[in-house]
Design a binder for this molecule. Structure first.
Ligand SMILES: Cc1cc2nc3c(=O)[nH]c(=O)nc-3n(C[C@H](O)[C@H](O)[C@H](O)COP(=O)(O)O)c2cc1C
Length: 167
């Protein structure tokens, strides 16, 4: 029997949506993660920063840029003890500066993904998945990394059909 996990990073609060700043009550990636959960019944894990990024969009942009520039591995809350029981891991994140938020790098490096199937999904505001899929392939050389699903964040509520197709 196969068992799946959906691990995702998503930030509510101000974001850039179709050219203007709007405040989101639920982050775009979380909306996609919930759709995948409904389709698969998989377990969910929210990769939540110990030190949260600002809900102010312009501040958050700078904080995330700083973390990427310093190539740090920031901690996330309530880490899972291990993920050995899962055969498939859906890993979801927003495109931050062309790749995954640094907390997702922390997550990917913390656990042993050898032999597992990894299905990355990424929400973005125009630049697609960036280097994230290749970054995951490099981080997990002993996993079967499937083609990443790219979702325009502002249109996530209309993405159910493409998500279902990809799942
Ligand atoms: C810090 C930060 C960096 C971002 N960098 C990019 C980027 O490089 N390319 C892009 O298309 N969108 C970028 N975005 C937009 C997000 O990827 C997009 O709005 C995403 O859907 C947000 O997901 P969330 O609501 O789940 O956090 C950035 C947003 C933030 C807050």
């Amino acid at each position: 029997m196969t068992k799946a996990l959906i691990a995702y990073f998503s930030r509510k609060g101000e974001n850039y949506v179709n050219g203007e700043i709007k405040s989101l009550e639920i982050g775009n990636t979380e909306v996609a993660a919930q759709m995948i959960q409904e389709l698969t019944g998989a377990d969910m894990f929210h990769i939540e920063p110990v030190q949260e990024y600002s809900t102010d969009y312009n501040v958050c942009i700078e904080e995330a840029k700083r973390d990427k520039g310093a190539n740090i591995r920031p901690e996330f809350k309530n880490p899972l003890a291990d993920i050995s029981e899962y055969d498939t891991v859906y890993i979801g994140f927003p495109n931050y500066w062309g790749t995954m938020p640094m907390h997702v790098w922390t997550f990917m490096e913390r656990y042993d993904f050898s032999g597992k199937t990894i299905k990355p999904f990424c929400t973005h505001e125009g630049s697609d998945i960036g280097s994230s899929e290749q970054d995951i392939r490099n981080l997990c050389p002993n996993s079967k990394v499937e083609n990443a699903l790219s979702i325009h964040g502002a249109s996530v509520s209309e993405a159910k059909a493409s998500i279902e197709n990809w799942v």
